[in-house]
Design a protein around this ligand. Structure first.
Ligand code: SF4
Length: 340
């Protein structure tokens, strides 16, 4: 009998208040496991299987054998005599970039020069920009965005448009490989089922470059927290060890030109009309929330999903601890999701 059981280094257990998960970073999935198994797995790198069984007075022998066999069968772990030959994954995260993504709001009475903002974001090596547009002059604005992003360091531009402003000829931009516009999200769609059906054989729709939603997207819109929206990959997981991934390195500019951590947040950190993005990211007040990860936030710190959950809720410090402003539908203390 081999003496140790070892999880593959890409399979990482995370404990919650009521239940734990093992996150498989390579296959981008997770499984639920009892907290007792989490406690057992924490000992596997330093104790043989027999030692672990003894620790529990041999009362868990059968369960330990069954779980280890199960984890081996599903490719999460293996038996070995030389556990020291399999080091744990290095979870340090580092990025030289100070800005990674941005959301710009452009309505009819837009008060700031969004093309200048896009150029500055490009100079800061920002890779993705989401433009939430409800300006009727879509053609001119799209041309401006094309000029500002062509040959830039920006890699993805997502355009959000209400159905009332959408015209099919905008999709020609998706064919131009030199431009950076790669997704159109058409929201406030009156009949989503009918529209999805109409476009079901359309190549852009199949490739998720043309997306229809009945929901209205505006500055108050936040991402939904649900199992399907969890993000499992090495980059996200390691960043989440140190940062609030939904806010970290993100710049949001509302229609007035106000800087925010996220459009739906109330706090404003100056205005693009009299402050550059370069100055903004030197402002410790603005970047403070980037570094408050879920381990430091009440409730989330006890949640097994804290390193795979993307949640752009504002956070507040009450003098003792950080709290999320928006309520989450998952309760780690009951291990239940609220149904909508
Ligand atoms: S918001 Fe917090 S409590 Fe809710 S799923 Fe995410 S990490 Fe868990």
């Amino acid at each position: 009998m081999n003496r140790f059981f070892n999880l593959y280094s890409n399979c990482i257990p995370v404990k919650g208040s009521e239940e734990s998960i093992i996150i498989d970073l390579q296959n981008t999935e997770h499984i639920n496991v009892p907290n007792l198994l989490f406690d057992v797995l924490r000992k596997t790198r330093t104790h043989t299987i027999d030692e672990i069984k003894n620790f529990y007075n041999n009362s868990l022998d059968e369960g330990i054998d069954q779980y280890f066999s199960y984890l081996k069968d599903i490719g999460y772990g293996f038996f070995t005599d030389h556990v020291e030959m399999f080091p744990e994954l290095n979870l340090e995260w580092y990025s030289p970039l100070k800005v990674n993504s941005a959301i710009l709001e452009i309505h009819e009475d837009c008060k700031y020069d969004f093309n200048s903002a896009i150029k500055e974001l490009s100079s800061l090596a920002c890779s993705s920009i989401q433009i939430r547009m409800s300006h009727p002059d879509v053609n001119n604005i799209l041309s401006g965005i094309l000029d500002a992003t062509r040959k830039s360091r920006i890699r993805n531009v997502e355009i959000f448009l209400p159905e009332s402003l959408y015209e099919e000829h905008y999709l020609k931009y998706l064919d131009d490989i030199e431009n950076r516009i790669n997704t159109f999200v058409i929201h406030s769609v009156k009949d989503e089922i009918l529209t999805q059906d109409l476009y079901k054989n359309y190549k852009y729709h199949i490739d998720h470059k043309l997306i229809f939603k009945s929901e209205t997207i505006n500055s108050a819109t936040t991402d939904h927290i649900k199992m399907e929206n969890f993000i499992i990959n090495m980059e996200f997981f390691t960043e989440a060890q140190q940062c609030n991934v939904a806010l970290n390195r993100k710049i949001c500019i509302d229609n007035e030109g106000n800087f925010k951590n996220f459009l739906a947040h109330k706090s404003i950190y100056g205005n693009f009309r009299n402050k550059s993005i370069t100055e903004l990211i030197e402002d410790r007040e603005f970047t403070r929330k980037w570094f408050v990860n879920n381990d430091s936030i009440e409730i989330c710190k006890d949640c097994q999903f804290r390193y795979i959950c993307f949640n752009n809720s504002d956070i507040e410090f009450n003098g003792h601890s950080w709290q999320k402003v928006n309520e989450c539908p998952f309760d780690p203390y009951t291990n239940l999701w609220k149904t909508e």
